[in-house]
Design a protein around this ligand. Structure first.
Ligand SMILES: C[S@@+](CC[C@H](N)C(=O)[O-])C[C@H]1O[C@@H](n2cnc3c(N)ncnc32)[C@H](O)[C@@H]1O
Length: 264
């Protein structure tokens, strides 16, 4: 949950400050802070920070541990590999759940954007994807990733047309939706992981610490069904209960996840 507080924004109880890696980047960092309504400090010794580096914007947790930085990189080796095996992408559970078939690429509102990986995969398959994200920290990381992708020689020609970002609370944005209805709404709210397992990736752990759990996730389903013209897809851990206790029409499973599909 994002809650205003006297010293700026707390996200799930943690303040995220914006700062710069070096003096020449201070102005850029200040702009990030202003753009996203986040507090700025020149030097930070502890806690969550959004750091403007010469290459990109990074989220770091300064706590003496070795937790690496989190940032958005749509040109990363992992995503490039996944995209390069495009024939396989269409067979991925997420693609089948959303209804990507042949040349049919549904328009999608990804109402829980996070670091935009799922949205990016759908955009790679030809879907026009609108990302919605309520955390100003996550939205700032995403915006930075989108801007760098624009400059990328292989992504720049198609990504800006297919992937865009809106910052706000999806429940409200969907209740007040004025644009053309998307074919599909995709939901992947945070799910509390009981164990600190290696399977919970470093980013997810950092995210859970920063954002808390999306305890209002059940409230997403109704407005999502209100704007989707064909289907709502909810990504859940394989053993998790249905969102809002509502039984889907069908589900498609991958190794770790279940995609619950609600048809309109
Ligand atoms: C598990 S992450 C999504 C990961 C994403 N699917 C990916 O591939 O990177 C969930 C994200 O949804 C956002 N979120 C949860 N509820 C939201 C809401 N009501 N409105 C907007 N964003 C929301 C959280 O802030 C968090 O960044």
């Amino acid at each position: 949950m994002v809650m205003p507080n006297q010293s700026g924004y707390t996200v799930g109880g943690s303040i995220a400050w914006v700062t710069a890696e070096s003096d020449d980047l201070l102005e850029g960092a200040q702009k990030v802070a202003n753009d996203w309504g986040l507090p700025f400090k020149e030097n930070i010794e502890k806690g969550f920070v959004l750091i403007k580096t010469a290459q990109r914007l990074e989220l770091r947790l300064i706590d003496g541990s070795k937790t690496g930085p989190v940032f958005v990189d749509f040109a990363s080796d992992a995503l490039t590999y996944r995209r390069a095996h495009g024939g396989g992408l269409k067979k991925e559970a997420i693609a089948r759940a959303i209804g990507v078939k042949g040349n049919d690429a549904p328009s999608v509102v990804d109402a829980t954007a996070g670091l935009g990986r799922d949205g990016f995969i759908l955009a790679s398959l030809g879907c026009k994807v609108t990302l919605l994200e309520r955390s100003p920290v996550v939205a700032a990381l995403l915006q930075d990733g989108l801007e760098r992708a624009q400059q990328d020689p292989t992504l720049g020609s198609w990504l800006p047309d297919r992937l865009s970002l809106r910052h706000g609370v999806s429940i409200e944005l969907m209740q007040q939706w004025q644009d053309e209805k998307p074919d599909a709404v995709y939901l992947d709210p945070m799910f509390p992981h009981k164990k600190k397992s290696a399977l919970v990736k470093k980013e997810m752990r950092l995210f859970q610490q920063l954002l808390g759990s999306d305890s209002d996730a059940d409230l997403l389903l109704e407005p999502a069904l209100g704007i989707a013209s064909k289907r709502v897809v909810v990504k859940r851990p394989a053993d998790a209960p249905f969102l809002a206790n509502q039984k889907p029409n069908m589900n498609i499973s991958s190794k770790k996840h279940r995609f619950d599909v609600y048809l309109r």
